[in-house]
Design a protein around this ligand. Structure first.
Ligand code: ASP
Length: 291
């Protein structure tokens, strides 16, 4: 008999699509690990979502380099890949790294040859739309021309938890740039004894504070997921007092199923699915909803 209510929580409005894929697994008694992988795969495979996976934002050279990571709360195992080219579903490569359980983090050419060895198919991740976008953007070469990560936290009916995230990172990023998303502790973290967190926004600012790890530690020492997200973003705001013109947001989920979501700027929404809810909602915003 199920002892826990399954729940899945994701970043942005495309989180609804991630949640749908994950929920289909959770309601059939599947694991949180399978649910978060399926959620990320759904978003990665959708070419209309231009900041994740296939059709994701190209880097300065016009190449799509993808970052993804996954953590299994039940076993404590982790897997991550960064600057991975030519593979549509980096989250599943990260999952393979987790399953092999020899290393945790593979990058660049090494990550790609691992994926090919494991039977993943190489393909061109640029879509006609992304090629057009690149040609239009390049002359302006704007910093932070676009980004957004799908981050997914789930708890299954056994109470086991998992977290995953996947992104093409900052649009027009330097070749080889790795953001927070595949860095365990920066973009995502989970300790099933406490809960987990995952972020989105300008990754450099999340790396500086070990964002996701800090949130989980705040929860460990008694803060609610909501207060923990706010506390971390307060710290980011203090560090960046004179240049607070970027977005950073985190969502968090406790072992008990309590959720939290906070951002530095307006515009961030999270998506929540459980047995009674399937919706998006805006997060608390720094300076407006919390000091
Ligand atoms: N955090 C991602 C990165 O910096 C981008 C995002 O989530 O908006 O690569």
């Amino acid at each position: 008999m199920a002892q826990f209510q399954p729940l899945i929580l994701s970043t942005w409005d495309f989180g609804l699509e991630a949640n749908q894929a994950g929920w289909d697994i959770l309601v059939r008694g599947g694991t949180a690990l399978d649910a978060v992988e399926a959620g990320a795969r759904a978003v990665e495979s959708n070419p209309e979502i231009t900041s994740v996976g296939y059709g994701g934002y190209p880097n300065e050279m016009g190449v799509v380099q993808l970052d993804a990571a996954i953590i299994d709360g039940k076993t404590g195992r982790m897997g991550a890949v960064a600057a991975l080219e030519g593979i549509r579903n980096p989250i599943s490569v990260a999952r393979k790294v987790l399953e092999k359980n020899r290393h945790i983090f593979l990058v660049g050419a090494g990550a790609k040859s691992f994926a090919l060895r494991e039977g993943f198919r190489e393909e061109n991740l640029n879509t006609p739309q992304s090629v057009r976008w690149y040609a239009e953007q390049l002359p302006q070469s704007q910093q932070n021309a676009g980004h957004d990560t799908v981050g997914i936290l789930a708890r299954d009916a056994r109470g086991d938890m998992a977290v995953a995230c996947s992104t093409s990172g900052l649009a027009l990023k330097w070749c080889g740039r790795v953001g927070d998303s595949p860095l365990i502790g920066a973009g995502l973290y989970l300790d099933q004894a406490v809960g987990g967190a995952v972020g989105t926004g300008v990754g450099e600012r999340a790396i500086e504070v070990c964002g996701a790890f800090a949130i989980v530690e705040f929860m460990r020492y008694g803060l609610s997921p909501q207060k923990a997200c706010e506390q971390l973003l307060r710290r980011v705001a203090e560090r960046n007092r004179n240049r607070l013109n970027f977005q950073l947001a985190f969502i968090a989920l406790s072992r008990e199923g309590e959720t939290g979501a906070a951002s530095l700027q307006e515009g961030f929404v999270f998506a929540l699915r459980d047995s009674t809810r399937d919706h998006t909602a805006p997060s608390a915003v720094f300076g407006r909803d919390y000091p």
